[in-house]
Design a protein around this ligand. Structure first.
Ligand code: SP5
Ligand code: ZN
Length: 343
């Protein structure tokens, strides 16, 4: 299958994050995408294409316009204050505080438009976000044009970004953008299958009251795992969307047998929904050696994921999400894709 990739991701580099009380180098780093790209080449998955450039109208179909307009302004405003390093929030409008007024100053706006401090901005961050968006739309167009599948090698990832918020390394929800784009191009129903270790809270929030996008999520139980405040099994969608959101919270230590049982259940529900196209939020942070995760999948399990997805027999767009065991991220991510292709 074809891969879409942009080198502009690499400007989003040198980020820091807060982990267990320490400021540490960001786990979501440029080498992730480079190692996946190099594995695509060495496995001869197929051609690697540059993205076509798009305006931001497709982003505004799933995100609030003021949020999308905010993103390119962050680092210029930060620099105008004489700041360097990473632009990050530190104050949020939680319950009991006013959330209906957008403040003026950048520190407050960062908090207004986020749910955590996990989406930092450096000088090249906006260009990377935009390139990731161009990558997913270019991949979607390949699938719309008749490719059985395509791989959008997105970086930064997207599934934690909601209609009006960033967080968890995510800014624009690439998978959600693609799903909406397919609908706008004439698809009747789209399914998003999110196999990243973390719950795709942004994707769930965007489509929660909609029947035209089914969202299925396999992830660490939010009672004990990030992003904590969404992703329970009783979240089934609301209003017209009732029944079209499906969560599989799984315990720490989950390995292939139990994870695969959840995947198979999700695939049965997906098939019953009868979508025209599948968007896979492809995180490989379910891997046993992932430095921030607690599942126990092995490298040999990833081709089996791809093979199960192939049995859906639907046009499929794979969208790169998480995965932080950098040494094996290429083997694992591309393993899903070669497994999908039956090799
Ligand atoms: C796209 C994606 O995979 N985003 C993940 C964001 C995770 N951010 C929070 C990480 C919290 C790590 N806690 C680790 C505890 C280890 N003792
Ligand atoms: Zn993740």
């Amino acid at each position: 299958m074809k891969t879409v990739y942009s080198p502009l991701h690499a400007g989003h580099a040198g980020t820091m994050e807060l982990m267990s009380g320490a400021i540490v180098p960001g786990f979501e780093k440029p080498s992730r995408a480079e190692i996946v790209r190099s594995r695509v080449e060495s496995e001869k998955l197929g051609p690697i294409l540059a993205p076509e450039l798009h305006d931001l109208s497709a982003a505004k179909r799933v995100h609030k316009a003021d949020y999308i307009d905010f993103l390119p302004t962050v680092y210029p405003e930060w620099e105008a204050l004489g700041r360097s390093g990473s632009a990050m929030p530190y104050t949020w409008p939680t319950r009991g505080l006013r959330g209906d007024v957008v403040p003026d100053t950048i520190d407050a706006r960062l908090g207004y438009y986020s749910f955590d401090a996990g989406a930092p901005f450096v000088k090249g961050t906006w260009e990377a976000i935009k390139s990731s968006y161009d990558v997913v739309l270019t991949g979607a167009k390949l699938v719309k044009s008749g490719e059985p599948a395509a791989f959008a090698l997105c970086r930064p990832p997207g599934h934690h970004a909601g209609a009006g918020f960033m967080g968890g390394y995510c800014y624009i929800n690439n998978a959600a953008v693609a799903a909406q784009w397919f609908l706008d191009q004439g698809a009747r129903r789209v399914a998003i299958l999110d196999v990243d270790y973390h719950h795709g809270n942004g994707t769930q929030e965007i489509f929660y009251s909609r029947a035209d996008v089914q969202v299925l999520n396999l992830h660490g139980d939010p009672m004990v795992e990030y992003p904590y405040f969404l992703g329970h099994a009783d979240e089934r969608g609301e209003g017209p969307g009732e029944g079209f959101n499906v969560n599989y919270p799984l315990p720490f230590g989950t390995s292939w047998e139990a994870w695969n049982a959840a995947l198979d259940d999700a695939c049965v529900k997906l098939s019953a929904y009868g979508p025209d196209v599948v968007v896979v939020s492809l995180g490989v942070d379910t891997f046993e050696k992932d430095p921030i995760s607690q599942f126990k999948l092995k490298s040999s399990d990833y081709p089996k994921i791809g093979a199960r997805i192939a049995r859906l027999n639907l046009p499929t767009l794979f969208v790169m999400e998480g995965g932080y065991a950098v040494d094996e991220i290429g083997v694992n991510a591309v393993g899903v894709l070669t497994g999908f292709e039956g090799r």
